[in-house]
Design a protein around this ligand. Sequence first.
Ligand SMILES: Nc1ncnc2c1ncn2[C@@H]1O[C@H](COP(=O)(O)OP(=O)(O)OP(=O)(O)O)[C@@H](O)[C@H]1O
Ligand SMILES: [Mg+2]
Length: 134
Amino acid sequence: MTVRSSGTHPIHIEQDVVLARQLARKLAQDCGMRLIDLTKLVTAVSELARNTMVYGGGGDMDWQILDESPRTGLRLTFRDEGPGIPDVKLAMTDGWTSGSGLGLGLTGAKRLVNEFELDTAPGKGTRVTITRWT
Ligand SMILES: Nc1ncnc2c1ncn2[C@@H]1O[C@H](COP(=O)(O)OP(=O)(O)OP(=O)(O)O)[C@@H](O)[C@H]1O
Ligand SMILES: [Mg+2]
């Protein structure tokens, strides 16, 4: 597997979430992703970018276009240095929210991609990596 191209997009304010979504859509198009898969990925991006902003206090979305012939992938990492998630199992439960959300963001995002990785600890921030392949 090789990384064809990569970059970073900041996520601090509402508008950054909109831009993250637009960037993910463009990158997915560049990968030749099918519309249905692209739509799933962009939905996951909305959820994860919003979590980065709301709970993480802002952060970044790193992106990589992956070459693994014959398939192409888009890998996105949402990183923040916020409080982290104390109970990952609970956070990955449908309907559980620490705030006033629906508690469907993380679990929903996981279902919409091919690979999902959550790396977090109290005081260490949060890192969510998702990958969608063509
Ligand atoms: N980046 C993050 N940093 C710290 N805590 C987080 C982060 N992302 C998620 N969490 C915690 O995990 C919980 C579940 O997140 P999830 O996105 O599934 O639901 P939600 O954001 O509460 O509601 P919504 O359905 O509106 O997304 C959050 O309520 C929050 O406590
Ligand atoms: Mg959420």
